[in-house]
Design a protein around this ligand. Structure first.
Ligand SMILES: Cc1ncc(C[n+]2csc(CCOP(=O)(O)OP(=O)(O)O)c2C)c(N)n1
Ligand SMILES: [Mg+2]
Length: 326
């Protein structure tokens, strides 16, 4: 993005990234009230990967995700009020209040679903891409997964199938170094590289800085354009870092699986603050403009929380509906 005419896109990307940050911070702030009764996996620190990747997609494209999916849902255009209501377990939630944070869905936005069984949505995404290809639809599928999910059997089967069939799919790996509390070096031998797995299956793969919003967006745009043009699948590994505890609103560095120094070094590389500095330094935006965007977003998110809190509980007689496919 070198043209001044790209400034609108820069602001759009920034706003999407900041919106995810504010939503996640707001959830963390209200979580202690114990009105949200589902576990939440927040992606604070990883927002550039999420916003940059989804902005490369069209509305008709499909996204699938896993347990840490708020950012993917929002960046793909999912309804914020319906997401908040879902986390509060209300009837107005995107899954009728029965799924919670880890079962977000918004078919209108092309967010086909998220599920917390690690790896489970990867083969579904490959199947969706296969269907789009068979039906000759102009549709790309992007599936978000973590570094831990690349260690599931279905990941290997799915990338093999996607490569073999030249499917229109992007495997978007957010590598935040940990699977819960386990770093890569206790899970895999030697110099393990996720991109090499994809390449070994004949798939194009790239690793990039997941905290660099524009870099993520460019890389994803290339992969999506290639998939849309019949060029087949890609795997993109975005290096990033989760700030908060694996599951929940707090911090867990004291447990000892990672050091405070490591955490602080990644906080220094805050994708939101870095992009704000870049916007201002390049004369794209001013501090008052940025402050106004943040203020508007906070209002929008507070409204969503109020909507969720005021919404009714699901009726008891809906308990067993929409649980299984017809
Ligand atoms: C099949 C399965 N095994 C174990 C778990 C428990 N679990 C939940 S999240 C997670 C770690 C996933 O790590 P990663 O894919 O890197 O995603 P991250 O949490 O880092 O975003 C595990 C092991 C699970 N949900 N599903
Ligand atoms: Mg991880």
């Amino acid at each position: 993005m070198s043209q001044p005419s790209d400034n609108r896109l820069r602001f759009k990307l920034y706003k999407e990234m900041l919106r995810i940050r504010i939503v996640e911070e707001t959830i963390a702030g209200y979580y202690g009230e114990q009105e949200m009764r589902c576990p939440v996996h927040l992606s604070i620190g990883q927002e550039a990967a999420e916003a940059g990747a989804c902005a490369a997609l069209e509305q008709r494209d499909y996204v699938l995700s896993g347990h840490r999916s708020h950012g993917h849902y929002l960046a793909k255009g999912g309804n914020l009020k319906a997401m908040m209501a879902e986390i509060y377990g209300k009837a107005t939630g995107c899954a009728g209040g029965k799924g919670g944070s880890m079962h977000l869905v918004d078919l209108d936005a092309g967010f086909l679903g998220a599920a917390p069984i690690v790896g489970s949505t990867i083969p579904i995404a490959a199947g969706v891409a296969f269907a789009a290809q068979m039906r000759n639809e102009d549709r790309v599928v992007m599936v978000f997964l973590g570094d831990g999910a690349t260690e599931t059997g279905v990941f290997f089967e799915s990338i093999n199938f996607a490569s073999l069939k030249n499917l229109p799919i992007v495997f978007l790996v957010e590598n935040n170094f940990y699977s819960v509390y386990s770093p890569m070096n206790v899970r895999q031998k030697g110099d393990h590289r996720i991109v090499d797995i994809a390449r070994a299956h004949g798939m194009e793969a790239h690793q990039a800085d997941g905290n660099d919003l524009e870099c993520v967006h460019q890389l994803c745009t290339q992969a999506v354009t290639k998939a849309r043009g019949g060029g087949g699948p890609s795997l993109l590994e975005l290096i990033t870092y989760r700030w908060r505890e694996h599951c929940g609103p707090g911090y867990d560095n004291d447990i000892g699986y990672r050091t405070e120094a490591e955490f602080l070094s990644w906080k220094e590389r805050d994708p939101v603050a870095a992009y704000e500095r870049k916007l201002i330094a390049n004369g794209v935006g001013t501090q008052p403009e940025i402050d106004r965007i943040a203020k508007d977003l906070k209002l929008e998110v507070e409204e969503a929380v109020s909507f969720a809190k005021q919404s009714p509980w699901p009726d008891l007689d809906t308990l067993s509906t929409q649980v299984y496919a017809n």
